[in-house]
Design a protein around this ligand. Sequence first.
Ligand SMILES: C[S@@+](CC[C@H](N)C(=O)[O-])C[C@H]1O[C@@H](n2cnc3c(N)ncnc32)[C@H](O)[C@@H]1O
Length: 391
Amino acid sequence: MTDLAAFTALLAPEGQTLLAALRDYDPAQELAVASRLRRDHPAELVSAALGQARLRQRAVAKFGAEDAYRMYFTPNGVEQSTRATVGTYRANRLKALGVGSVADLCSGVGGDALALARAGISVLAVDRDPLTAEVARANAAALGLDGLIEVRCADVTEIDTSPYDAVFVDPARRGGRGRIFDPEAYSPPLSWAMDAARKAPRAALKIAPGIPHETVPDEAEAEWISDGGDVKEAVLWFGTEPGARRATLLPSGASLTGRGLPDPAVRPVGRYLYEPDGAVIRAHLVAEVAEELGGGLIDATIAYVTADTLTPTPYASAYEITDELPFNLKKLKALLREREVGNLTVKKRGSAVEPEEIRRKVRPKGPNAATVLLTRVAGAPTMLIGRPARP
Ligand SMILES: C[S@@+](CC[C@H](N)C(=O)[O-])C[C@H]1O[C@@H](n2cnc3c(N)ncnc32)[C@H](O)[C@@H]1O
């Protein structure tokens, strides 16, 4: 049976019964579960259902349990799909721009298409892989969004996008040997996606967050998006604010736009140290955050901001610094012993030392908590000790 035939069988009543039975199955019991189910159902259908149940469990982190257990996935599809928080944010931004229809070029299993449809946008979802397209179709139906989503199995380069208000492209960035870093090796290549974007009234291209700023064309806005502090992606927007640089932090939705400020000045470590969110750093907006905080850098090459006052900001985590010492493990160990620190958080920026190594060597013991930040202050390897600051 082909993968496509196995998948189609899962959509029939017997497949659905098996999937429902496997909803909360324990992967550690997989062999026992499989042999029990094989007594009443064909072996191939049982293994397809088990595979799908496993993928659904993995997808919960991206789509939440309610949707994940109604949706379908392929191994690549779950890996490459956009998480719902990010997809919803982008879809709402397109909606706010007045977009009513989108050509979703490289739609995968439909992570973005579903978010767009939920925002009330009608979607043409295109993927050239027949199984992936079939899975996207099943997802649209499973979530009751098939009235807004048309899935087409085709090569995106053959699609006429002129009838749509906007184009969205999420190229495949994984080859047979893992992640692809060269944007021209994406499928389709980034240059193709940019041409498609330029032809549309508006466009959004999802790209890797590590993309060099020089790759961003002048007419595009570049936005870096993090979720829960992890940078998830960058988006090139066409038809919004040419040249703009933006960092958006989910789930709050706080969004910071660049003002073209020069690098902040280096100053001595003050009472507070701020660790900017990864999206702020990737978007090169540390200067904007430093200005907001009335702070400076501890070192010209390190993205830690310091200030004497505590200013609430969504764009950085704040620490109150109690000690600043030259890097020295013995001294650190002695100081933490003296303070009875058993709960030690180690952070590092600009230091080659591994946090785990520190924890192993220092062997923290005691009822108190502390954070140690291994970094450089004006070029010198330094340990800053403190605790998360609460306004
Ligand atoms: C990163 S995934 C898309 C994920 C999707 N945005 C989601 O959230 O589920 C990229 C998809 O592009 C498809 N693809 C790559 N090159 C293509 C092409 N030339 N035409 C159509 N689809 C293509 C792959 O099959 C893959 O499913």
